[in-house]
Design a protein around this ligand. Structure first.
Ligand code: ARG
Length: 472
């Protein structure tokens, strides 16, 4: 282990096991570019404020840039001989330029440094996630538009309920993902706050300019309280929560893709590129990708609980426990990113079996509600109409036929209000297209929803911390 930057007051060397136990370099080395970005801004600010000399600052900044390049080329060893990424980079700096490197840490501590690094990391990750989520939504809208004619059975309790447009079903997921987009955007707004300069917890006596650092790093504003700056991780918990809800939506869709690609349903076929085979059963083509999307949702939920539990008992301000915030966050970012990337690629390649869906849409007496509605439109009280339709369904089950296969006389036997136009009324497509209520499944409404969605996707464009409204 390199010479410790904090060992002035220690008489004995650190126990080897303690070094291993407390080290975080094996996971926080991922923050190297953010750490250097923050250090460069901090160093320039120190010079701007006359706290260190401009020549010294230039030398530090230049060397930090070189270290960044060397890390990227694999020329700097970042391993467990260093405690964390902050010390590793500072050690490397002083190894290269001697004592001047020691001036970089003026007016800051690792507590605010790590707080800054995580905010820089999260800001970047959120922007990428928002972009990937937008791509998934665009894929859904395109699928909805291309399959506007396709009718499927809508389900409640996984039983046939009423026919709906397949596009309407897809657009339901579009709406869920729009709210996920909103949650991640909100989180980005609260992440976009600059904590560096809060130092250990109390702020600093040096005449620093946190606004300068904030502008330099492209943040919207400086954090208001130095204790809060180094203590709280609520924006990370918020991210893990938004990620968990998003994965819950993905998982529901994944579950449907699995069911729909079974022989029993045969609604869709997932492209070979997204399936795998069995080592024993030669005929198998398994929907592993959606299965794993469903499965990985569990770990994203777990990460949320890890963070909530981590934070709940901590007295203010910084406690070393907080070092444990990184792995759950990194894992959620990686899992959600990989999932969204794959989902956006898999959806456009799904083959839709529209005839199977349409056939199934008419089965299971899915027109029964409309049979009742028909009578209600002819002034029969709905409760009574519902009862009559139920009796007709029971009759059909016993006679082994479908509603549309009854003759007008048979229907009239149940209620005199039935007329010749009942058969057109029970056509699957007219059942769908009559549902013109707000957000209903009528083709007209779904078309409107698609137009709205396209405008929405257009207006979102590339998302960056800059154009996200900030609020606290
Ligand atoms: N590795 C630490 C973390 O991730 C950095 C801050 C350490 N601060 C301290 N006072 N020991 O939280």
């Amino acid at each position: 282990m390199a010479e410790k930057l904090w060992n002035g007051r220690f008489e004995q060397p650190t126990d080897k096991l303690v070094e291993e136990y407390t080290a975080s370099i094996h996971f926080d080395s991922r923050l190297y570019s953010h750490d250097i970005q923050g250090s460069i801004a901090h160093c320039r600010m120190l010079a701007e404020c006359g706290i260190i000399a401009h020549e010294e600052a230039s030398q530090i900044v230049q060397t930090l840039g070189e270290i960044l390049r060397d890390i990227e080329r694999g020329k700097v060893k970042l391993d467990s001989s260093q405690e964390d990424i902050h010390m590793a980079i500072e050690n490397e700096l002083t190894a290269r330029i001697g004592d001047i490197g020691g001036k970089l840490h003026t007016a800051r501590s690792r507590n605010d440094q790590v707080a800054l690094d995580m905010r820089l990391f999260m800001r970047e990750a959120l922007s990428s996630l928002l972009e990937l989520l937008r791509n998934v939504q665009a894929a859904l809208v395109q699928m909805a538009e291309e399959n506007l004619e396709v009718i499927m059975p809508g389900f409640t309790h996984l039983q046939h309920a009423q026919p709906v447009l397949f596009s309407h079903h897809l657009m339901a997921y579009y709406e869920m993902f729009s709210r996920d987009f909103g949650r991640l955007s909100d989180c980005l707004g609260r992440t976009d706050v600059m904590p560096l300069g809060s130092a250990a917890l109390a702020g600093t006596a040096f005449p620093t300019d946190m606004e300068w650092t904030s502008r330099e790093l492209g943040f919207s504003r400086v954090i208001a309280n130095s204790i809060d700056a180094v203590s709280d991780r609520d924006y990370l918990i918020e991210f893990c929560s938004a990620a968990a809800i998003l994965m819950m939506h993905v998982s529901r869709m994944a579950e449907e893709l699995v069911i729909w690609s079974s022989a029993e349903f045969s609604f869709i076929e997932i492209s070979d590129a997204f399936c795998t085979g069995s080592s024993i059963m030669p005929q198998k083509k398994n929907p592993d990708v959606p299965e794993l999307m469903r499965g990985k949702t569990g770990r994203v939920y777990g990460n949320l609980f890890a963070l909530l539990t981590l934070a709940k008992g901590l007295p203010l301000a910084y406690n070393r426990d907080l070092q444990e915030d990184k792995e759950p966050v990194f894992d959620s970012v990686d899992t959600v990113m990989a999932t969204l990337r794959l989902l956006g690629k898999m959806l456009p390649q799904i083959r839709i079996h529209s005839e199977t869906m349409a056939n199934m849409a008419g089965q299971g007496f899915t027109a029964a509600t409309d049979l009742a509605d028909y009578l209600a439109r002819r002034d029969v009280p709905f409760r009574k109409a519902h009862h009559v339709a139920g009796r007709i369904v029971q009759y059909c089950i016993q006679a082994g036929k479908d509603l549309g296969e009854c003759s007008l006389d048979e229907l009239k036997g149940f209620h005199k209000a039935f007329d010749e136009d009942i058969f057109d009324f029970l056509e699957i497509s007219s059942i769908v297209d009559r549902r013109l209520s707000v957000g209903g499944t009528a083709t007209l409404r779904v078309k409107e929803a698609i137009v709205r969605a396209k405008a929405d996707l257009e207006s979102r464009g590339a998302v960056s911390a800059k154009n996200i409204k900030t609020e606290e």
